[in-house]
Write a protein that binds this ligand. Structure first.
Ligand SMILES: Nc1ncnc2c1ncn2[C@@H]1O[C@H](COP(=O)(O)OP(=O)(O)OP(=O)(O)O)[C@@H](O)[C@H]1O
Length: 217
C-alpha cells in the first residue's frame, strides 16, 4: 500500500511542486496520474520511490515511512519497486540481454538465476529473440519494452512508470498499456503517469489529476 499524508514537496529555491497531498493506493491497484507538464507527476513518483523526500508530511510504502528510514535501508526498499523513468537511459554499448541483467548484477544475484530471470522478463515483453542485439537496433516502442523488462526483472511488487507512452504512437502505446495490464493481473501495484488522458479513459481505472501540485477532479 502507498499512503501520502499531507505531503508537500518544496525544491531548493523555494518552488512548491506538491501541496499538501493526502491519498492512498491499495496493494494491487492500477492508478493513473494525470496532469499538465510541470504539474508534479514526476515529483510524486520520486517520493514513492524514495528518490526524493517530502518537505512536509509522510509517505508510507509497504508499511514503511520513507521519511523515517535510514539511508542504508533505501536500496532494500527499492528492491520492491520497479521504475520506468524517462531519464533512466538504456546502455547502448551493451546488448539487450545485458541491459536487463544489470539490475540483478548490481545486487549480486547468482549469475545463472539472473540469466534465467532476464530471459523470462525479455520473453514477457516480446524481446527474447533480440537479446543479443544492441539496443540501437530496436524501435522506440521496443526500447520502451526493454526499459519495462529491466524494471520488472527483480519482480517488484510496485511498478512506477513516468510517461511510459509519451513518445509512442497510439498502436505502440496500447501495446505498452496491455503489458502493464498483464502485470496488474498478477497483483503488481502500478502507477502510470501521463499528460494525455485519452489512453487512460479506456481502462476505467482511478485517475489522480494533478494541477500545479494539487489534486483536481
Ligand atoms: N530538482 C528540482 N529542482 C527545482 N525544481 C524542480 C525540480 N524538479 C522539478 N522541479 C519543478 O517542480 C515542478 C513539477 O515538476 P515535475 O517534473 O514533477 O512535473 P511533471 O508533472 O512530471 O512534468 P512533466 O510532465 O513535464 O515531466 C516543475 O515546475 C519543475 O520545474
Amino acid at each position: 500500500m502507498i499512503q501520502f499524508n499531507q505531503v508537500s514537496k518544496r525544491y531548493p529555491g523555494g518552488y512548491e511542486a506538491l501541496k499538501n497531498l493526502s491519498f492512498q493506493i491499495e496493494t494491487g491497484e492500477l492508478v493513473f496520474l494525470a496532469g499538465h507538464s510541470g504539474a508534479g507527476k514526476s515529483t510524486l513518483l520520486k517520493l514513492i520511490a524514495g528518490i526524493d523526500k517530502p518537505s512536509a508530511g509522510s509517505v508510507v510504502v509497504n508499511g514503511q515511512n520513507l521519511a523515517a528510514i535510514r539511508r542504508g535501508a533505501v536500496p532494500y526498499l527499492r528492491r520492491h519497486i520497479g521504475l520506468i523513468f524517462q531519464d533512466h537511459k538504456i546502455l547502448f554499448d551493451r546488448s539487450v540481454f545485458d541491459n536487463v541483467m544489470l539490475p540483478l548484477d548490481i545486487v549480486g544475484y547468482d549469475r545463472r538465476e539472473a540469466a534465467r530471470r532476464a530471459r523470462a522478463a525479455l520473453d514477457k515483453v516480446g524481446l527474447l529473440g533480440r537479446e543479443k542485439m544492441s539496443p540501437i537496433s530496436l524501435s522506440g516502442g521496443e526500447q520502451q519494452r526493454l526499459c519495462i523488462a529491466r524494471a520488472v526483472v527483480h519482480r517488484p511488487s510496485i511498478l512506477l512508470a513516468d510517461e511510459p507512452t509519451g513518445n509512442l504512437d497510439r498502436a505502440y502505446a496500447l501495446d505498452i498499456m496491455e503489458l502493464f495490464k498483464s502485470f496488474h493481473q498478477v497483483g503488481v501495484t502500478i502507477v502510470i503517469s501521463a499528460h494525455d488522458e485519452t489512453l487512460m479513459a479506456d481502462y476505467g481505472r482511478r485517475i489522480l489529476r494533478l494541477n500545479q501540485g494539487q489534486f483536481t477532479q
